[in-house]
Design a protein around this ligand. Structure first.
Ligand SMILES: [Zn+2]
Length: 573
């Protein structure tokens, strides 16, 4: 089984290993251009202007790189140039070339690219330095023709020696990536100019280059009919070889079902998110089980012990609603275990039930499994945690939250370098803030309803900036009711600038859909389009990102919001 990874940076050890393997494979596959292997590394780190490189690697079962494609996308032109595609010449595997090309097309389609261009050596022996290569080149052209990728004809491109081809004549092959529109000459000229300038660094003012560019005159640009193969319904539906987003889900969340009227934190919320993700390129994984140790790293043992014991003592139907809050007598917890609830809880509407503890543990398992997948090289993982977590403090639960799933995962990831936590739930993540308030290695940034108007009312003010070593590493962006897409995105951009400056190795996002218009607990009016934009902007940070489900209580918003957000995020994969 081959997995495809989009290697978007070299921040992680695994990324560096895979890049080294790509370079090694490159030097063996293209021994005549060994220096270019270094350019791939350089451009990956610092792309030239107007170029967004894509390095897609195929990873075999043993974890070694078995092939790759190196594509230069030109976002302003919504097109891409396939620079290199190669499988391991010393370990030829059937079908890898096709799988790589299909995965590349799929990735580019996800990115909204509307045309892929590539150079394929000529199949006319008369135009070849080495005519004996004509049959091989014919097979190559046939390979691409099956996808509807055909050579452009009627221009000087495939018959003019230039500094770009150094006399090795190639066809410029055009793959419309399933789009039906015809290639118009003006667009073709812009793209060919971009290929010469951005890939080869050639001046398009050079008379020779200008002549070639100007020769793209046919309207529409003429393509050579396929000669030996029939393009398979060229624009086949995507094959889902790519999974930009892994989803972690435990069925145990269903155990936590408080059938109280008005208790909006219900199991059906997760079903709504799954409906939203239906048909998107995601893959659902069950969580692994973890012990208590990672929870103890962010929560007090006493809270953990109380939740475990109290849940276990409750009958199936019983609920404890905290009623007594020993606020100024914190030294002595009440002896009666029902009354002790208020010692560990911040509000009166988050009851404890028989299965609360089991479900809360499973939610932590989801977040931790997500962290593990990120460590194993995934770029986006979505932990569908329920109950949510961001209101859970080191020694208190509340706000529908028992354990702070995002904080447990962020703490785990912090062993690999700085972590940024971005909380975009409508409510301030008081728990996450408190847990990391004195730490400089975990930046916490939150956008939320102003505490003058929104739960939890006692935290989330802009002047809470962290303390001690953590001073300056907590940022709050409280917004007043009615915040719309425009205001939200503007605020998000500012929040993301803080994150970028912090240069984290990992990002954890506390994701709530209660910022959307119509949420019964929220006051913002963010739309589904807004959610997509939020996903795009978070993805554009190019960070390994763990999404942790927090709130969102309108089922329609959970469905539309998750679909929009994940679509936006996947487009940046
Ligand atoms: Zn919320």
């Amino acid at each position: 089984m081959i997995r495809f990874r989009h290697l978007f940076g070299v921040g992680r050890e695994l990324d560096r290993q895979h890049l080294a393997q790509v370079q090694d494979l490159f030097r063996r596959a293209f021994p005549y251009a060994p220096a270019y292997a270094d350019q791939i590394a350089r451009w990956l780190d610092k792309p030239p202007p107007d170029v967004e490189p894509v390095l897609l690697v195929a990873v075999g079962p043993s974890g070694t790189v078995t092939g790759f494609t190196w594509v230069l996308t030109f976002p302003d032109l919504r097109c891409a140039y396939l620079d290199y595609i190669a499988s391991d010449p010393d370990r030829p595997a059937r079908g890898i070339g096709g799988a790589l090309y299909e995965a590349t097309r799929e990735l580019l389609q996800q990115k909204g690219v509307r045309g892929l261009f590539l150079d394929v050596p000529h199949d006319d022996p008369a135009r070849l330095k080495d005519p004996s290569r004509a049959p091989l080149n014919r097979r190559r052209l046939d390979f691409y023709a099956r996808y509807g990728a055909l050579p452009i004809v009627g221009t000087l491109y495939d018959r003019t020696p230039t500094p770009a081809n150094e006399g090795w004549m190639t066809h410029l092959v055009y793959d419309p990536l399933g789009h039906r529109g015809l290639l118009r000459p003006a667009r073709a000229r812009r793209i060919v100019r971009a290929i010469y300038a951005r890939k080869y660094g050639l001046s398009t003012k050079d008379p020779l280059i200008a002549r070639v560019v100007a020769s793209f005159r046919d309207d529409p640009i003429a393509l050579r009919a396929p000669r030996r193969v029939r393009p398979e319904a060229a624009a086949q539906a995507p094959r889902r070889r790519l999974v930009p987003v892994r989803v972690v889900l435990s069925e145990r969340h269903r155990l936590h079902h408080l059938k109280e009227r008005g208790y909006v934190e219900r199991p059906v919320r997760i079903d709504a998110v799954l409906k939203g993700l239906d048909g998107l390129a995601v893959e659902i994984t069950k969580p692994r089980h973890f012990g208590e140790t990672p929870i103890r790293a962010v929560h007090k043992a006493a809270l953990l012990g109380y939740l475990a014991r109290a849940s276990a003592r409750l009958s199936q139907k019983a609920l404890i609603y905290p009623t007594v809050f020993p606020l100024r007598r914190r030294r002595r917890p009440p002896r009666a275990f029902e009354m002790r609830a208020g010692y560990y809880c911040i509000d009166t509407f988050t009851p404890l039930a028989h299965n609360s503890y089991v479900a809360a543990r499973a939610a932590v398992d989801c977040a931790l499994t997500g962290a593990l997948l990120i460590e194993a090289g995934e770029r986006f993982v979505y932990a569908l945690c329920r109950p949510p977590g961001h209101h859970a403090e080191p020694d208190a639960w509340g706000g529908f939250c028992y354990f702070n799933n995002a904080a447990v995962a962020a703490h785990r990831l912090s062993r690999h370098g700085r972590v940024a936590v971005l909380d975009i739930d409508h409510h301030h993540g008081n728990g996450t803030q408190e847990i990391f308030y004195r730490r400089a290695d975990v930046l916490t940034v939150s956008i939320h309803g102003h505490p003058d108007h929104a739960y939890p009312y006692f935290t989330g003010f802009a002047d809470e900036r962290g303390a001690d070593a953590g001073k300056g590493f907590n940022r709050n962006f409280p917004l007043f009711p009615g915040a719309d897409d425009a205001l939200y995105l503007k605020t998000l951009d500012e929040a993301l600038r803080h994150i970028t400056r912090f240069r984290p190795a990992h990002l954890v996002v506390s994701l709530g859909y209660d910022i959307m218009k119509g949420d019964p607990t929220g006051t913002f009016v963010v739309s589904a389009t807004g959610m997509r934009r939020i996903g795009e902007r978070i993805g554009a940070l190019r960070l390994p990102t763990l999404l942790v489900q927090e709130g969102g209580y309108s089922l329609g918003n959970l469905r539309a919001g998750s679909r929009a957000f994940v679509t936006g995020l996947s487009g940046t994969w």
